[in-house]
Design a protein around this ligand. Sequence first.
Ligand SMILES: Cc1ncc(COP(=O)(O)O)c(C=O)c1O
Length: 188
Amino acid sequence: MRDKDLKFNSKTIHGGQRPDKAYGAVMPPIYQTSTYAQSTPGGHKGYEYSRSANPTRTALENSLASIENGNYGLAFASGLAAMDAVIKLLNPGDEVISTNDLYGGSYRLFKKVFEKFGITFHFVGMQNIDEIEKRINTNTKLIWVETPTNPMMNIIDIKAVSRLAKKIIFFWRSIIPLRPPIYKDLWI
Ligand SMILES: Cc1ncc(COP(=O)(O)O)c(C=O)c1O
């Protein structure tokens, strides 16, 4: 049965999983290893060093992608590690819009670590989509949503934010016939 035909409960167990290539284990074993043999430099079976990729982590990533009906999943050791990786996709001059009751650790990562690299962060009441729209300009590269918020448990409408982001991209696309470099990563 194809993955996308599985129902949610089955996906949580089997989604994105294939029998392990070594001995056919149905559930992926935990690979507690760091380095993988290479027949020639770069000649390996998909894994060379566990920091960059590890079969157990791949199994988790595929499982999460399946549950979320996505094509890819990426797993990190913590939420802030994932955020750190995402923010590093930005460049000096880029702007980010997020919520004004952001989790303290996320707020400090933005303000104390990344602001000094020339990234500007705006914090608005994200339950009101108009507040987000008001802050969007040509430097906006990321709208960062955490919901429910911690600790206030406010709910942000992910679909509405996503619709707004797509509307803005569509708008820029219609008025600027050539792709503006600022949106090159976002272009759909
Ligand atoms: C809303 C929110 N964002 C980010 C984080 C950071 O996650 P981590 O502690 O795994 O780095 C937390 C942690 O509680 C959180 O509640």
